[in-house]
Design a protein around this ligand. Sequence first.
Ligand code: MIG
Length: 829
Amino acid sequence: MASEEFSGNYMEKARTSKGVSDFFPGRMTEFRRPAEGVFEFLTDNGVLLRVSLVGEGVVRFRFTPDGRFEDDFSYAVDPEHQPGTPEHEVVEFGDGVAIKTGSLSIRVNRGGLKTTVTDTKTGIILSQDEQGYHWQENKQYGGEIVKMSKVCRNGEHYYGLGDKSCDLNLRGRRFQMWGSDTYAYTPDTDPLYKNIPFYISLCKGAAHGIFFDNTFRTSFDLGAERPEVTSFFSQGGEMDYYFIHGPEPLDVIRRYTRLTGLVSMPALWTLGYHQCKWSYYPEAVVRGIADGFRSRRIPCDALYLDIDYMDGYRCFTWDAERFPNPKKMVAELEEDGFKTVAIIDPGLKIDPNYPIWQEAYDKGYFCRRQDGSLFKGSVWPGLCHFPDFTNPEVRDWWAGLFHGLIAETGVRGIWNDMNEPAVFEEGTFPRDVRHDYDGHPCSHRKAHNVYGMQMVRATQEGLRRNSNGRRTFSITRSAYAGTQRFACAWTGDNVASWEHLSIANLQCQRLASCGMSFIGSDVGGFIETPTAELYLRWIQLAVFHPFFRTHSSGDHGDQEPWSFDKKTTGLVRDAIELRYQLLPTVYTTFRQYVRDGTPMLRSLPFVDFNNPDAYWRSAEFFFGDHLYVVPIMAEGEEGRFLYLPKGDWFAYHDDSHPKAVAKDIWIECPLDRIPVFVRSGAIIPHWPVQQYVGEIEHPEPELRIWTKLGSETSEWYEDEGDGQAWRDGGFRESKINLQGDKGSLSLHREWHGHWEPGYETVHLTFCGIDSDAPDLKVLIDHHEQRAVRGDDGRYRVNTHRNFYSVNLEWTPVKAPKRKAGEKKSQPEK
Ligand code: MIG
């Protein structure tokens, strides 16, 4: 990977050893306001800074050393959905200018254009330039190596940066963005497949984010080289970054996600369980896998075809021997509830008898070298040419190619691989390869990090055109900021090891905090074979990953849920069934992500942000508003210490009620589940188990309600599960408030949207009630009913789909019923 161009260290250390000279802005000579919410500062050496108020709490800083900007173009920022300019005032003073909004004050200094951002309400400085903007001439390629350095404060911690495999807290480390095919990566491998130049800073409870919208190879130094300095710099392009205010970490993530694009509702089946392998072929093997699921009654919604379905790895073709009648196979799988997902690669085999190659060749759609020859690279099909997906005409053509797979054959999802882009031997394209970059011609230095994103953008368009109004599903390995708009993602070629189970947890949490919540890992590990226990623990964690797919390279053994022993098969089934029961919760959490950009996986430091003890924790995370998940990541682990955040928690599985909070507690973790806690007062919607989404036509929901002394609100989102009606109110979005006291609780429900459920009955289950009575009086919409106690101590009653109020009363018993799973200290070994 290392080439001379990129081996250099462009900050402090390099300067003395390499004699690098940096340039800095001079003195401010002019301040102007070219448009509402836009401010420009010019210096005596021609540097121009433009500060734009993009929306409440989001400020864009854009620098150029020569007084004018290039065309304002970004693949990341979604121009359609930016909020308006917030109210503001401007104050000029002796050594600078201050722009004040309700939440932020931005100060620009006359000497050197250094900036400071302060929280208007608290007066706390959130971000302060150290050397600030500076640059170095790029003699080899032209343009500048652009740099920004900021003060790294005492007690400041950093998170994010998308696809990194180390612990969540990034303080003291340095990273790069240069999408790379990193087979069998480790916690130290950097860069990986995805490029998301966005970090979150958390300092004594106050959070902000920095999004550096630069597609060249960028670097981030978070107090590594100098502990008191945080810097980011790039091999080219502009110093163009967004300051994103919190004050809470989840606000930062929401704002970043809105800036780079909210996503659409996924088809419900895509949230089911998926089974993949490199490769299932021929057809009989695929059908065998399908039977394997149905005969064992293990739920599954999707089966995958890896590269061997194609004719000699030629994209958009089928191997006629292995798959003589794909349309029939796909249709019959679909009747049995299996959706077929097929892989696609960017490289097109150089072969005059391959019409797709011929057409792209004739139309000039392939990438060229600097002197005009076509770029050739070797991948699975042999020597290939590569479409320039940064050309809109090429994207349009690529989208058209999906008619066969999607509209004719009935394939329901597309899996985009190798789009870093990956090339055998060399790793990726040479730097001089040319790209259109949507009418801003450039070299691969600038287009590399967005190539994969533009490929999946074209693929998604192909799916959209051919799906008859159904929601599209596509998966990507590579990404740039904003790719969430076009595809879900997986974390690439991991390994079947306990360490990688932990890495999967970190990567999924981290990508979710960078706008990419629809994320999952290859369950069980891609390379090598997991033990039964590792596979089970991985499945149990992935129940709480939005994208839930087993995948393996297949050359080391089988990796289906039944490939281990009988006991494991049963426990894996239990876990997958739990996912299907939780589908309404997964869907509701997805809805929050779609509506507000709230991440589905919420790392502990982002929720418990006032507690510095949580800042270095990585393992435990929140799924949605109310579930707290604790992965088990070691062999033979029968118990572990875990951190239970402030609040009041029940064990999800048995309603036990640990009293110790905001500290580590010891919990037993038998093989049949991983610890999951539910916030007291939460209402968690469930469904009956189905073998696939839609097996039961109108599943009757069960709302599980946990008691609380006090008040809590829960959301519940429902819609058709597919189609576009959700965009115009074709959903039912309920808010249910719970008020609890000693011996009573009441629910109030409100909803909006015009979708009418097809079911009549809703099942209510009350959990954590301290009563022994065989039944309890419950008023539902002012009618009296009885809630009946089950063997598990929960009380159940049925109601109708439009219920709006519930009142339950009981006489509390004194002694706590049960304390299963909770002990004061670690047992002696
Ligand atoms: O060079 O298509 O990460 O999931 O099974 C390997 C074969 C190409 C890499 C992907 C992996 C996929 C495999 N691909």
